[in-house]
Design a protein around this ligand. Structure first.
Ligand SMILES: Cc1cc2nc3c(=O)[nH]c(=O)nc-3n(C[C@H](O)[C@H](O)[C@H](O)COP(=O)(O)OP(=O)(O)OC[C@H]3O[C@@H](n4cnc5c(N)ncnc54)[C@H](O)[C@@H]3O)c2cc1C
Length: 407
């Protein structure tokens, strides 16, 4: 039977990132197997890709960009990444508004918008390295924890014994369920409609987040005059809006955002995602870690799901690299608990903010409109509050993992 030190199930954004972050241990003889149900090379067809790398675009925070840069992955993504230099947050029908600017934060960019396909190409390109076995397309159908770690059974009957299992298999982790790990699921009664539009005016690196009683809508700058749009809609409206003729769709979108970007002229393909906060009730056990969406899947309003997961992944890799280089067993519970402990506060804060924003800003409760505008005005007036808000959005609110420990 085949054996490996670490098996990662899922080569989405999170599983693939972990491979790169474990480079120091790989260079010292770690064996790692990355398993993915979908092929890791694809043509234009979204259906045959790992779902992380579909037609969406991701707001990559400044902190995440720094991690990708230190891993030498950013250079390949940079030519197709758009820097966000300014963010305007506003509330339709009210006067409150705030703006964040990169130069106020003494940085070139508050974050970057990158198409998920570009992130995918960057992350998947360098996976073939000594110590790494790629198994894709391959599906793990059963997991059994045992004294030596975990025994994985593939759908073709083959088996793999691993000392440490990382479940990075997404928000509907069937394997976690098999192990008796429960997920708490809180739905918002909304879907995110995702598309790209072209406006008549150049975006000049502005991102817009606009809240209304119908839910938040984000316009994120891509190329020149193109924006990635994330439009939150009530469940009962999503099918109708998805099916609108282009002209009618653009007119509705224009009514939501106004004319600050000029005239909206062209719209690309539309896709939708049901929105929920999904959290596992356990993230570590002996020889087991749940990572990324398998551990926590967030409302995308604040663009934090991948950014938080990448901070988790960098922190986990820091512990695993150090343990491997010290000859310590990788499945040891105290080691995995130390990782969980380190990330607990960051996870709690980020999840709370991502959960609160759509509820406070999406509410029609009398008085909340005024309060949230006072909040926005408060941010405008108070430089310290704005700096803290910006640092959180930039993914800089917490201690960064030491990616490559000296040894
Ligand atoms: C509309 C929307 C917009 C978003 N925007 C942002 C943003 O701007 N910024 C941000 O930080 N985050 C954003 N996110 C969140 C981000 O997309 C997720 O955090 C990220 O995709 C999670 O990746 P993952 O690798 O954990 O999971 P997934 O992408 O779900 O990957 C899991 C992988 O595991 C594989 N798999 C599952 N089961 C098995 C099995 N049994 N055997 C083998 N393989 C298996 C699957 O095929 C899949 O490839 C957004 C999310 C949505 C829905």
């Amino acid at each position: 039977m085949a054996r490996t030190d670490i098996a990662i199930i899922g080569a989405g954004m999170v599983g693939a990132s972990l491979v790169h972050l474990l480079r120091p241990a790989l260079q010292q003889g770690l064996s790692l197997t990355l398993i993915e149900r979908q092929p890791l090379r694809w043509d234009g067809d979204f259906a045959s890709r790992p779902p992380s790398f579909d037609g969406r675009a991701t707001a990559v925070s400044y902190g995440s960009q720094q991690i990708l840069q230190r891993l030498d992955l950013w250079a390949a993504m940079a030519p197709r990444a758009c820097a966000i230099e300014h963010i305007q947050v506003s509330d339709q029908g009210y006067f409150g508004q705030t703006q964040l600017h990169a130069d106020e934060q003494k940085t070139d960019a508050l974050g970057y918008i990158v198409e998920n396909a570009v992130i995918g190409q960057g992350l998947l390109a360098g996976l073939e390295q000594p110590g790494v076995t790629l198994r894709a397309p391959a599906q793990v159908s059963a997991v059994q924890m045992n004294a030596a770690g975990a025994l994985l059974t593939f759908s073709d009957g083959q088996q793999l014994q691993t000392a440490l299992l990382i479940l990075a298999d997404g928000a509907r982790s069937e394997l976690a369920q098999q192990l008796g790990i429960q997920h708490a699921r809180k739905t918002y009664g909304t879907h995110a409609l995702v598309t790209q539009v072209q406006a008549s005016q150049p975006h000049q690196h502005w991102a817009y987040e606009r809240f209304s009683e119908h839910g938040p809508i984000a316009f994120l700058p891509l190329n020149q005059r193109d924006y990635a749009v994330v439009w939150t809609l009530p469940d009962e409206q999503i099918d109708t809006v998805l099916a609108l003729p282009d002209a009618e769709f653009l007119a509705q979108l224009q009514a939501r955002i106004g004319y600050r970007l000029g005239q909206l002229q062209r719209v690309g393909e539309r896709a939708s995602y049901p929105l929920a906060l999904v959290q596992s009730n356990e993230q570590v056990r002996r020889s087991l870690v749940l990572l990324g969406n398998a551990a926590h899947s967030l409302h995308p309003v604040a663009g934090q799901g991948f950014n938080l997961a990448l901070r988790d992944t960098a922190a986990l890799a820091e512990h695993l690299n150090r343990a491997f280089l010290a000859g310590q067993p990788l499945g040891e519970l105290s080691l995995l608990q130390a990782y969980e402990q380190q990330q607990r506060q960051d996870q709690r804060n980020t999840i709370m903010a991502s959960d609160l924003l759509p509820r406070v800003f999406g509410s029609t409760v009398p008085g909340l409109g005024l309060l949230r505008n006072l909040g926005l005005l408060g941010l405008t007036a108070a430089p310290t509050a704005r700096r803290l808000f910006a640092r959180h959005a930039m993914g800089l609110g917490q201690r960064a993992a030491t990616l490559f420990p000296s040894h």
